[in-house]
Design a protein around this ligand. Structure first.
Ligand SMILES: [Zn+2]
Length: 335
C-alpha cells in the first residue's frame, strides 16, 4: 500500500507543478494515474468482505452439488448484478448450468459456472477471461472443525474476480472481459472443461486465472508467480506493465507440482488460449492446503489486495488491446 500512495503523491506533484508538460511526462502522468485508480477502486475492505463471506462456515465448504455452494453462487450473482455485468452470449442469466457425474461417486450432480461480462468498447469480439473456482471440498469427517472453508483455495481468487469486475467497470475496457467463477474444479476441472466446450477459443486472446493469492510468497512481499510462464509471452507482458510499481511477477518455482495443468487455466490452454494462473502461495510448505484449517483468518488481506491491484495494472495493456500474448502450443499428450 505504501508504495502505491507514494506514487500517488508523485503523480499529483507532476500534474500540479509542471505547467509545460511534454509528451513523455504526459505518458508518465497517465500511467501513474492508472495506478492511482487501481489503488482507489480495489480497496481492502471490499476484499475482506468478499473473502470472509465466501469462506464462512455458512457456505459449508462450497462443494459442487451442495446447498453450501448454492449460497456462494447467489452471492457471486448478486455481486455481478450490483457491479452491472451483462450475461454471456446466449445465456439469459449469469448461470451456465449443466449436469455431470464425478468419477468417484457416480452420482449425477447439477451445478453452474457463474459468468458475467463487460463488453469491450473498441474490440468487442476479442475476449479476455478472468476466472477462479468457487467450489471447494465441502464437509469431510466428523471432527470438531470438519468444514473445509477453502479461504485461500479459492475464495481468494473469486474475491479477485469480483474486485477486478468492479475495477474494470469503473475504468473501462477496450476488449470484452468475461468474468467466470468456475464450479467443480476440485472434482477435476469440470466447470472449466464444460465452459471450454461451448466457446470459440479463437475469440479468447488471454486467460487470467487466480488461485490461492492470500499468503506471502517465498519470493517475499509484493510478488506473485505465474504458472506456465514459458508457454506464451503473457508473463513477459505482465512484467513489462509492472515495471516501476514495486510489484514483481516470477515464473512458477514449483515445477514438480505441475501446477499449469492443475487449475482451470488448463482447460483453455488446451484450446490454445494463453491462459495462466497467478498465485502467491508457497505451496510446497503451506500447511493449510486442502485442510480444514484453510480459513480466512490465516490469510493476509494486504497481500490479496496488492495482488489484485498488480493484476489490474499488469494485464491493462492486454485488456485494452495494446498487447496480444502468443498462443499456447501443447504436445498431443496434453490435449
Ligand atoms: Zn484451487
Amino acid at each position: 500500500m505504501k508504495k502505491i500512495f507514494i506514487t500517488i503523491a508523485a503523480s499529483v506533484f507532476i500534474i500540479s507543478c509542471n505547467g509545460k508538460k511534454n509528451v513523455n511526462q504526459s505518458i508518465v502522468s497517465f500511467v501513474k494515474t492508472k495506478i492511482v485508480e487501481s489503488a482507489f477502486f480495489i480497496d481492502s475492505l471490499t476484499v475482506k468482505k468478499h473473502l470472509y463471506t465466501l469462506a464462512s462456515d455458512e457456505m459449508e465448504g462450497r462443494k459442487a452439488g451442495t446447498l453450501g455452494i448454492e449460497k456462494a453462487a447467489k452471492y457471486i450473482e448478486n455481486e455481478f448484478e450490483r457491479i452491472g455485468l451483462t450475461t454471456f452470449e446466449n445465456l439469459e442469466t449469469y448461470r451456465q448450468t449443466f449436469n455431470f457425474t464425478p468419477r468417484r461417486t457416480k452420482e449425477e450432480i447439477t451445478s453452474a459456472n457463474i459468468i458475467g461480462v463487460l463488453d469491450g468498447k473498441s474490440k468487442k469480439d476479442e475476449y479476455v477471461i478472468v476466472s477462479a473456482h468457487y467450489d471447494h471440498l465441502g464437509i469431510i469427517g466428523k471432527e470438531e472443525d470438519s468444514i473445509y472453508n477453502g479461504a485461500n483455495d479459492d475464495a481468494s481468487g473469486v474475491t479477485a474476480v469480483l474486485a477486478l469486475a468492479e475495477y474494470f467497470k469503473k475504468v473501462g475496457n477496450e476488449r470484452t472481459i468475461v468474468f467466470v467463477a468456475f464450479t467443480a474444479e476440485e472434482m477435476g476441472l469440470i466447470g472449466s472443461t464444460y465452459f471450454g466446450k461451448g466457446i470459440d477459443a479463437s475469440k479468447f486472446v488471454a486467460g487470467i486465472n487466480l488461485e490461492m493469492i492470500g499468503k506471502v510468497p517465498s519470493f517475499g512481499p509484493n510478488t506473485a508467480w505465474l504458472t506456465g510462464f514459458e508457454r506464451s509471452d503473457f508473463g513477459k507482458i505482465i512484467q513489462k506493465n509492472l515495471k516501476g510499481t514495486g510489484y514483481q511477477l516470477f515464473p512458477d518455482p514449483y515445477k514438480n507440482f505441475n501446477l499449469f495443468f492443475r487449475s482451470d487455466n488448463a482447460s483453455l490452454a488446451r484450446l490454445g488460449v494463453p491462459s495462466h494462473t497467478f498465485s502467491t502461495t508457497p505451496i510446497d510448505v503451506d500447511k493449510d492446503y486442502h485442510k480444514a484449517s484453510d480459513e480466512a483468518e490465516t490469510l493476509n488481506i494486504t497481500v490479496i489486495t496488492q495482488t489484485i491491484q498488480a493484476v489490474a495494472k499488469g494485464t491493462e495493456s492486454i485488456i485494452n488491446g495494446i498487447d496480444t500474448p502468443t498462443r499456447v502450443v501443447l504436445d498431443n499428450s496434453r490435449k
